[in-house]
Design a protein around this ligand. Structure first.
Ligand code: TA6
Length: 296
């Protein structure tokens, strides 16, 4: 293991990024703005993440694509007593890169953010958080860890809001959610307690979808024409958000091309319905792993 390898920093569309590479050819790019993975291309496969070509990239707004980290709030739905921005502040903060940790078959990059005057103005709690991006051949894991460094307890929500690239959303299916209950934010936006049950069989996409599935414990598989992606998440993240804006909502998103909805779907590892409580000094972590499955 080679801890402390010098940082392979580069610029991508105006953002400072760290490039992570494996000798096998797998490559990922992580922006310091948001500690956000912007690209993951495993050797022998296409790019696996969707990054909007119209995304704001100057740090004045969150980046549309890759793996945004939503903390300490999900959407504007969980910590309603605080004037937090939508999806929290982590995706719009500049994180500090840590030395890479390399082996012959893995590479790990860490990014740190601690509470500061800006975060305390939005959310009056002290914390130290780390995002760790780990590559192994054909696999990427994004892990979020946080410690309560303040005197009292607080609670938070989290989502690893992964934008996955697909050739054609209408020909894509998501398997593994059979039997799970979900809240449908398109049909029941103002009835957050209404639950629907996922029928057996794959989830398919025909129009706007915005659902929070709960009790997700099985691996999921995102199947599209060119590849299958296996998606797993830690038990500490029991919810999975599935989001595609569909044609109409997409046309209203300034940072998406009009046909962007066809080429992405968000499958997010999350903790929303039951926010995590951390007492003083306590730590917590949660992760999502994406793995490319070669076609037989
Ligand atoms: O995760 C799904 C969701 O909460 C949707 O409701 C939608 O708003 C999406 O996130 C994107 O949010 P954003 O603030 O990035 O435009």
């Amino acid at each position: 293991m080679t801890p402390g390898a010098s940082l392979p920093e580069c610029e991508f569309r105006g953002q400072r990024c760290i490039e992570i590479k494996l000798p096998q050819g797998d490559r990922a790019l992580v922006s310091l703005f948001g500690a956000q993975v912007l690209s993951w291309q495993p050797a022998g496969f296409q790019e696996q993440l969707y990054l909007s070509p119209h995304s704001v990239m100057d740090g004045s707004a969150p980046i549309r694509g890759g793996v945004p980290v939503c903390f300490p709030q999900f959407n504007q739905r969980v910590l309603d007593r605080h004037a937090l921005p939508k999806h929290g502040f982590a995706r719009a903060a500049v994180w500090a890169p840590q030395p890479l940790v390399l082996t012959d078959t893995s590479a790990e990059a860490g990014f740190e953010l601690a509470s500061n005057a800006q975060t305390l103005a939005l959310w009056p709690h002290e914390f130290a958080a780390t995002v760790t991006v780990r590559l192994e051949p054909g696999r990427m894991q994004t892990r979020f860890s946080v410690r309560n460094t303040g005197p009292g307890a607080w609670r938070f929500a989290l989502a690893l809001h992964s934008y996955l690239a697909v050739n054609d959303i209408t020909q894509t299916s998501l398997q593994g959610l059979d039997g799970c209950q979900y809240w449908d934010a398109v049909k029941h936006l103002h009835e957050p307690d209404v639950r629907s049950g996922q029928a057996a069989g794959a989830v398919r996409f025909a129009g706007e979808m915005d659902r929070i599935y709960s009790g997700v414990s099985n691996p999921m598989e995102l199947v599209n024409a060119s590849a299958t992606l296996r998606i797993t998440q830690s038990a500490s993240l029991p919810d999975t958000v599935v989001w595609n804006p569909g044609k109409t909502l997409c046309a209203n998103l300034n940072d998406m091309p009009t046909d962007g909805w066809k080429h992405m779907v968000c499958v997010e590892a999350a903790r929303i319905h039951d926010p995590q409580v951390l007492t003083s000094g306590q730590s917590w972590s949660g992760w999502q792993q994406l793995a490319c499955i070669p076609r037989a």
